[in-house]
Write a protein that binds this ligand. Structure first.
Ligand code: PHE
Length: 355
């Protein structure tokens, strides 16, 4: 038997066996690669006597075609086999029961921040944010609270370095400074976020939440402040009437300053907001101090306005009947399942703004 017939028989035999795609590629290279048996046989043609050459060439060509066809068929066969086995193994059993999924809950604080943002956006406030790690200038000095000012001690500040330059912001008021330095008046913003003071009991947690409000324009007065807060409290607690009182107070960055109490009464052991003769403090506010405006390069003779800072956690506790602030931050899933909100729990005054 001639050499090329031997090659042909050998490889037809290999190709009829049970081979995989790697074997098949290997065979292809052995036959038709640069140094493959068939390729090498063609090279011999040149040195053959012309009588033999014709026969050899024709034999070689038909062997080449036969082997090539066999290889192509084998490729197809293997491909089909692979597809079928994939279909078999990756079959989706539509009769299986669905997997048990657990839907998360929205934390009451997140829910209340959404509600607050939505209510203020209705009257033209936009939302600003500032960092939790703040510098002492934005947190105190620029807010007219110089070194040695007693307010600095009152805040029980967490400092982050020995020089007392970096701290965890003790209130959201530094966002007032950041906002006013960033662009030009008028400003009408709220800034919700985390705040920190070294304090912990049933109504105080070292980390808590505030929302700052700031409205600066040419002729903003305390009447606007009152109207704005009155609107907000009524919307938030979903009541038509609210008893509110402004108690004179002191903040270095507002003058005059006030704390605001809202009226409530106890009915069947529950707090009812809006009526009654008991008072509950919920926020601090005032007209922005001219020194604060000067510190951010705004002319206080041209511009003025009000600011307020509301305790968010306190509002959430009141609205949703939660009586221990610390539970907010204990990450107990049973608590969250009870007090948390489904993503589609939409309060009646919610108007679609989301953070
Ligand atoms: N930053 C004050 C506080 O945390 C609240 C406040 C904000 C008061 C804005 C007046 C104006 O107590």
């Amino acid at each position: 038997m001639s050499d090329i017939k031997k090659i042909k028989d050998e490889y037809l035999d290999k190709l009829s066996g049970d081979i995989n795609i790697e074997n098949l590629n290997q065979i292809k290279t052995e036959l038709f690669g640069k140094n493959g048996s068939i390729s090498n046989s063609f090279k011999k043609l040149g040195s053959m006597p012309s009588d033999d050459r014709k026969k050899f060439a024709s034999d070689l060509n038909s062997i080449k075609e036969e082997l090539q066809e066999k290889i192509n068929l084998k490729f197809q066969e293997i491909e089909i086999k692979e597809i079928n086995s994939k279909l078999e193994n990756e079959k989706v059993d539509v009769t299986l029961p669905e997997r048990d999924t657990q839907q998360g809950k929205i934390h009451p604080v997140s829910q209340v921040i959404d509600e607050i943002s939505s209510i203020f956006s209705e009257i033209g406030f936009s939302v600003e944010e500032g960092p939790d790690v703040e510098n002492e200038n934005y947190n105190f000095t620029a807010l007219n609270t110089p070194d040695n000012h007693p307010a600095r001690d009152m805040h029980d500040t967490f400092y982050l370095d020995n020089k007392k330059e970096l701290l965890l912001r003790t209130h959201t008021s530094p966002v007032q400074v950041r906002t006013m330095l960033k662009s030009k008046p008028p400003f009408k913003i709220i800034a919700p976020g985390r705040t920190y003071r070294s304090d912990s009991d049933q109504t105080h947690s070292p980390m808590f939440h505030q929302v700052e409000g700031l409205h600066i324009d040419n002729d903003i007065n305390m009447g606007h402040l009152k109207g704005c807060l009155n609107y907000f409290i009524k919307e938030f607690f979903e009541v038509d009437k609210i008893r509110m009182r402004f108690r004179p107070s002191h903040f270095p960055f507002t003058e005059p300053s006030a704390e605001v109490d809202i009226g409530y009464e106890m009915k069947d052991g529950k707090i009812v907001i809006g009526e009654g003769d008991r008072w509950l403090e919920i926020l601090g506010c005032g007209m922005v101090h001219p020194n604060v405006l000067k510190n951010v390069n705004i002319n206080p003779d041209k511009y003025q306005g009000y600011a307020f800072g509301i305790g968010i956690d306190r509002l959430a506790m009141l609205k949703y009947g939660i009586n221990d602030l610390r539970a907010f931050f204990e990450t107990d899933l049973r608590w969250l399942n009870h007090f948390g909100f489904d993503p589609l729990d939409v309060p009646s005054n919610y108007r679609g703004l989301s953070r």
